[in-house]
Design a protein around this ligand. Sequence first.
Ligand code: ZN
Length: 242
Amino acid sequence: MKVLFLHGWHSVPGGVKPTYLAQHGHEVIVPALDDDDFDAAVLQAQVEFEKHQPRVVVGSSRGGAVAINIASGDTPLVLLCPAWKRWGAARTLKSNSIILHSRKDDVVPFRESEELIEKSGLPAEALIEVGCDHRLADESPLSVMLWACELLGAGERLPWLGDGATRPAKSTRTQNAPSQKDASYVCDACGEEIVIPLDLTEGAHQTYVEDCPVCCRSSTIHVEIDDDGDARVWAEPEQDYE
Ligand SMILES: [Zn+2]
């Protein structure tokens, strides 16, 4: 699927997010947008849009503002913490848009995305709370970005209603490679059940540290896989969370 990726201010075109989409089989067009002149950046994006006719436009931070300021017809938008208040004149989204944003974002306030959703008359579920910072470059936000692109790119809409923001993070973890299956643990800090992919090639006893996709606190994850391939997974809080 062809994706037009509009990067953030002073971001590099070869960044983690477009790379992630490309690694999952998508053709990602990442124009180097003008960092100084917003109107020039919008014009560049418009030219690329018309040239490539992407199935989805992804815009990150300032690139999110670029995305909502180009004429993109019915092409869906996936916006990552869009900086729409700082740049550009557009103040509403089309109906096939999804925003991903972390409440812990200290660059673009989460509230701005809530406001954009309200102004656009979109359901609250079109704003997905995910990640632990502005970058959204960890596995959980990356997988939700991929899920959102593939969902909207296929012409579909949000499959759930009024059921919190953790659902997509879980449902995206189900693409099973032969050596992979899912298991879950309960986060000690927030009590959410977190579904994780198991990598059986990593051995029968695994220990690693992962940030909870819901509350962002770190846990040490223990995985034990028995001879039948059944997994037992549990989490231990890291010492350092407040
Ligand atoms: Zn948690």
